[in-house]
Design a protein. Structure first.
Length: 194
């Protein structure tokens, strides 16, 4: 398991790409400032052209997270979805880590998290500002807090680039839930802030 999975706090910074239509993120340790991983969207030329003309919600999304050492950490895939979008998240061995499904209603962001057997294992509720999100297990115990960071007037007004802080709240560190929290923050960005 990658070192990234054992941290208590994370910062996700979305890159501003003037010439690229792909999503790109850097994940770092907010205490040391050290880079932990990079996340890039993988698209072909056809999809890049389609992004210029179609809404992103009408297109598939594939994200890959790679550690600062160059090893694969996880992969996220969302097929074309018109109603409730779903990301399947796979670990470095290719096994399903979780399935993230948006069940949001107007002004009520809500994500259900399923295991590989499609059993609900956790959920995420957000506030009506779409800024603060709470990841809780099936019993209601806090796992993590995901916060959308204000990027300043110009960045907010002129770009779709966003930053997120993640704080793991569980007393006992769970490496798989840390990866679920990171994947959830990326899904929140794609679904609610693009």
């Amino acid at each position: 398991m990658a070192t990234i999975a054992y941290k208590r706090r994370y910062h996700i910074h979305e890159a501003i790409g003037a010439t690229s239509v792909n999503e790109s993120y850097m994940i770092s340790d907010p205490e040391s400032g050290c880079g932990l991983a990079a996340v890039d969207e993988k698209t072909g030329i056809g999809l890049k052209i389609a992004k210029a003309f179609l809404d992103k919600s009408l297109l598939p999304v594939k994200l890959e997270m790679v550690s600062s050492e160059g090893t694969n950490i996880l992969e996220m895939y969302q097929p074309v979805s018109f109603i409730k979008p779903t990301f399947t998240v796979k670990n470095s061995e290719g096994r399903t880590l979780c399935i993230l499904k948006s069940n949001s209603w107007f002004l009520k962001p809500f994500i259900e998290i399923f295991d590989e057997r499609k059993q609900v294992i956790a959920s995420i509720k957000g506030d009506w500002h779409f800024k603060n999100f709470e990841l809780k297990d099936i019993g209601g115990k806090d796992i993590a807090k995901i916060t959308h960071c204000y990027g300043g007037f110009l960045r907010e007004a002129l770009t779709t680039a966003d930053d997120y802080d993640i704080e793991m709240l569980a007393e006992t560190p769970d490496s798989s839930m840390a990866l679920v929290a990171l994947a959830s923050a990326l899904a929140i960005d794609i679904w609610f802030h693009e």
